[in-house]
Every structure is written in C-alpha cells, then in structure tokens.
Design a protein around this ligand. Structure first.
Ligand code: ATP
Length: 309
C-alpha cells in the first residue's frame, strides 16, 4: 500500500457557526505533487492550516508525516502561508537562515544552505540585499527558499504562484519538481487551474468547504464529455433534425457533447439527410471546464472593451 504523507478524515472547522471546512477527507501519497483547487473562499487555507495544526479542527482527525499531532512533525515540514511576509530590514540570506532556525536548523547551517539555494535560484547577488531592496517576486522567492532550507519531507504551499510573473512561476514549478525528485511531498493550494494541470498527478477540488472531486487530472477531465464542433456547407436544411438536442448553433458551426455511442451515428444520419460537412473536430474538455463544472460556478466571460459612442 502507498504510504501517505497527509491523511485527513471528516475534518470540520467552524467560524462563527459557519462551516469553512465541512467534512473534508484527504489522502496525499508520499512523493506526490498534490493540488487543492478551489475558488476564493472555498476553504483551502483553512484546510491547510487545520492539517498543519495551526488551527484545531472542531471534528475529524488528521495525520501528517505519521503524527496525529501535526506540530510534532513541524521540523520536517516547510510551510508557505498565503500572507507573505519577511522582515523588511533583514538580508535575504539571513531571512532564509532565520526561517530554517524556526524549524530547528542552526543559523550557521542555515546561512550556508541559504547561499547555495540563492545561487541555484540565480539570486546570488541578492544574498546581502535587504528584503525591502528586492522586487516583490524576488522577496517571494526568498521566502520560498526559506520554506525549503531545512530540507523538509513535506512542503505545504498556500497559493504559491500568486504574485509571481511567468518566469518566476516557471522557476517555482522547477523548484517544486526538484524537491519531489529529492524525496519530498508537495501539497499546494491554487485557484489557477493551469498550475495544477501541469504539476499534479492528483488533485482535490474544494467548494464551500467540501470536496467536490478527488482523483487524477485525467479523471477530472473525464467527468465531462468531449465537445464536437461541426461546420456545414449551409446553415440550414432538413439534416438539422439529425443533430443532438443539446446542439448550439452559430451560423454554419454546430457544437454538442460527444454522444455516448460516439460520433458515427450522428455523422451517418447527417450525410444520409444531405448535410455537407466542411470541418469536424472532437476536443477533450480542458481542466478549466471540468473545474467550473465541479464547483458549479459559471465560466467567467472574457472582459470586453467598452466601445465609445
Ligand atoms: N479566522 C477566521 N474567522 C472567521 N472566518 C474565517 C476565518 N478564516 C477563514 N474564514 C472564512 O472561512 C471561509 C473559507 O476561507 P479560506 O480562507 O479557508 O478559503 P480559501 O479557499 O483559502 O480562499 P482564498 O483563496 O480566497 O484565500 C471564508 O468564508 C472565510 O471568510
């Protein structure tokens, strides 16, 4: 059986009578990159804090790195909270060593490893700069290095990608993968599906404090049927009766969910009733579409520019 780095069963946390976490089960295998996805206010941060023992659950139990009291595992955990913050007047190297010291590392070891991590991240020159002298993205990277300085077995990262530009996001993905290659487990939260899609084998989707889905990215996508898009030679004709009932029409383009018995029966009926077909594509739903379906929220519309009268 796979060993689990994090386990939780029926976790409940209430704030002022409201259930921010409403019966969450979680099983994060050792060595996994595991994503907790959910919209704002879904309960991701509260779930992570409860798992770490920063918050005590009102109901349920959790086990982290084999400990029923998660704080006992603290020296083996690296945690990046959603609210970032380092002492502005501290040098980058010192800030990393300080975070290591909070997890039981000696300051001397912390400083040595901080230099090594900063060099590897291409930030060697920032080592003696104060946090206030760094850009927001650089400061965030420094905090992240402070999260891994003590070589944790479990990394818990709350929205680690937010506030980073594309290059720093890519760097962070590389760093997460490198940690896992060295034997760590990574549990992170995000509301940006693309990060989970690229990084995670398994995900949980949370909405309103409950798990809506738990499984692989492919399984999440499999929850929705593929979409068929068809372009015909003419916009109308008797052949339209052969299209499935859920078809959306836009001039000569018709889209519908791939029927359970495949596309062939529809195509045969269309051809037999005289439809000329110019283009046909069958596309798997994106993780974004699956996510929207799972959390039950409408797809955000692209912003439109106002047109001057
Ligand atoms: N300390 C607290 N006191 C009262 N309510 C809280 C507290 N912490 C969280 N909540 C509430 O619990 C719910 C879940 O919040 P949480 O921060 O866990 O969600 P989230 O998924 O991390 O959202 P976001 O991505 O916006 O941070 C929200 O309705 C929030 O207002």
């Amino acid at each position: 059986m796979t060993k689990l780095a994090v386990e939780a069963s029926k976790l409940v946390k209430r704030f002022e009578g409201q259930r921010a976490v409403d019966g969450i089960d979680l099983a994060v295998p050792e060595g996994a990159i595991y994503g907790v996805l959910g919209p704002n206010g879904a309960g991701k941060t509260t779930t992570l804090r409860t798992l770490l023992g920063i918050i005590e659950p009102d109901e349920g139990w959790r086990r982290v790195l084999g400990e029923d009291k998660p704080m006992r595992a603290a020296p083996r955990i690296g945690y990046l909270p959603e609210e970032r913050g380092l002492y502005p007047s501290m040098q980058a190297k010192e800030a990393i060593a300080f975070l290591g010291a909070l997890r039981g590392m000696s300051l001397a070891d912390g400083r040595r490893r901080a230099m090594q991590l900063l060099e590897e991240a291409g930030l060697g020159e920032a080592a003696t700069k104060t946090i206030r002298q760094l850009s927001k993205g650089m400061a965030q990277t420094v905090q992240l290095l402070g999260t891994i300085v003590h070589r944790p077995k479990l990394l818990v990262l709350d929205e680690p990608f937010s506030g980073l530009d594309a290059i720093n996001q890519q760097r962070l993905e590389g760093l997460i993968r490198a940690q896992v290659a060295e034997g760590a487990t990574v549990l992170f939260s995000t509301h940006v599906i693309a990060h989970a899609e690229r990084l995670c084998e398994r995900i949980s989707v949370i909405a309103k404090g409950r798990i809506r889905f738990d499984g692989t990215v492919a399984e999440a996508r499999g929850r929705l049927p593929s979409r068929v898009s068809l372009v015909t030679r003419h916009p109308d004709g008797p052949w339209r009766a052969a299209l499935p009932a859920d078809t959306l029409a836009d001039d000569r383009r018709f889209t519908f969910a791939l029927p359970a018995d495949g596309i062939e029966p529809v195509l045969e009926a269309l051809i037999a009733s005289g439809a000329g077909i110019e283009a046909l594509s069958i596309e798997r739903p994106s993780l974004h579409e699956a996510f929207v379906e799972l959390v039950g929220e409408p797809v955000p519309q692209p912003e439109t520019e106002e047109v001057a009268p």
